[in-house]
Design a protein. Structure first.
Length: 418
């Protein structure tokens, strides 16, 4: 069992003294451990993780998330707080070494962190400030917390990182910003540049939904229904206290359209918030994709359960919060209607208890022929970041699905996000 971490810190140090300060912290820690145990762990690091935050609270939360992953992804983490509208010292820096002890008291896992705060005009030079601190010969991951950055900051994000991790669930203008992200990816494809691979927490949040959908058609019995799809309904939750975020729905639709080579020809939006998209399959037959919003109170049965303070699971009381499993924009239900050989078959996935499981069913001519409950993957920040940090190559499936989602949002160059 890992106990609470020990912490060594050097505060208010000049930028050119950061490496020296970290070396000193490691040396002091090793000397202490060697004296007490005769053992000092190696200084293992497999990447540099740069975290961009917009306020001290976000930075503190990010440090906590990273500390939880130290044993799985040893790295140098650089947590940057950008305060472009704040005066004072342009750059503040601290170096931190955290040690984690097992039940024997032996600190067998340690992580190093560099904490930077950039104020005012210093935020314009973030790339230049960070470059000397990156570990050479190792990949650099960048995790941007918060809304999609403005173009100049976004460029610096891609300039220094091999992978850029975003969370489209907190985009300020979701559809417009999804188009911006897709255009960044498209530009790299046009320029044949593989410098930075972009990824999105929301793509991983719908991973179980994509897997369940693919499993419907793994059976030879249902493969022919792929070309007979007539209608897809994608239902998702919205919260009036946040921007209405349809990105999970668009990424799911973009994934389907890109895999099945559907082409778009119409798009309409109703006053009630639903969006209907007309497409044609590879044979030229029409396919309708409809995205349907539901306010939180419309799905109160499962949302209230997931928000409960305590839930009884496996005979033990455990903390359950909506933030662990559900967010505004979470998929609620996906229904795929297909016709083959004169039979109408409906493939459905519906979120169930606490938002952590799903009910997948196949209904042919009004009769259920297959159904099962499955667990949905954990979608907390630590779990999502853990998955992202294990991927070093560009995810072409994500890129293609994102570009397809771009085309579903845009018609004749018009972006519907604004």
């Amino acid at each position: 069992m890992i106990q609470a971490p020990t912490r060594q810190e050097a505060q208010n140090i000049p930028l050119d003294k950061i490496e020296e300060s970290l070396d000193k912290l490691w040396a002091e820690s090793n000397a202490k451990l060697n004296t007490n145990t005769g053992f000092a762990p190696a200084r293992n690091r497999v990447m540099t993780l740069v975290v961009y935050s917009g306020n001290p609270a976000e930075a503190e939360n990010a440090a906590h998330v990273i500390n939880n992953l130290t044993g799985q992804h040893p790295s140098r983490s650089i947590i940057v707080t950008l305060l472009p509208n704040e005066g004072g010292e342009p750059v503040s820096a601290s170096a931190v070494l955290n040690g984690y002890s097992g039940h024997t008291g032996l600190a067998h896992v340690r992580s190093e962190q560099i904490l930077l705060t950039l104020r005012g005009s210093a935020t314009q030079y973030v790339s230049s400030i960070l470059l000397p601190l990156l570990l050479p010969e190792l990949p650099t991951f960048a995790w941007w917390i918060g809304p999609l950055p403005k173009n100049d900051i976004a460029k610096s994000l891609s300039d220094i990182s091999d992978r850029a991790i975003l969370d489209s669930s907190v985009f300020a203008d979701p559809e417009f910003d999804l188009v911006r992200l897709a255009e960044m990816v498209r530009e790299q494809h046009v320029q044949h540049s593989n410098r930075t691979a972009f990824s999105d927490f929301n793509w991983f949040r719908i991973a179980s939904w994509r897997e369940l959908t693919a499993q419907f058609f793994d059976s030879a019995k249902y493969q022919n229904y792929l070309q007979g799809i007539e209608r897809v309904e994608i239902e998702y939750a919205i919260d009036d206290s946040h921007p209405h975020n349809s990105i999970q729905a668009y990424l799911y639709a973009g994934w389907l359209a890109s895999r099945l080579h559907w082409q778009q020809y119409t798009r309409t939006r109703s006053s009630r918030g639903s969006t209907k998209i007309g497409l044609k399959n590879i044979a030229g037959d029409p396919v309708t994709v409809e995205m349907i919003q539901h306010k939180m109170d419309e799905v109160a049965d499962w949302w209230a359960a997931s928000s409960a303070e305590l839930a009884l699971q496996d005979g033990e009381a455990q903390q359950v919060t909506a933030s662990n499993n559900l967010i505004s924009g979470s998929l609620i239900r996906v229904t795929i209607s297909s016709r083959f050989d004169g039979k109408l078959t409906v493939f459905a996935i519906e979120r169930k208890e606490y938002g952590r499981s799903a009910f997948a069913s196949i209904n042919t001519d009004g009769a259920i022929v297959s159904d099962r409950y499955v667990s949905l993957d954990a979608t907390g920040e630590s779990a999502l970041l853990h998955k992202q940090l294990g991927i070093f190559a560009r995810n072409m499936l994500f890129d293609e699905s994102l570009l397809s989602a771009h085309s579903l949002i845009s018609i004749d160059g018009v972006h519907f996000g604004r």
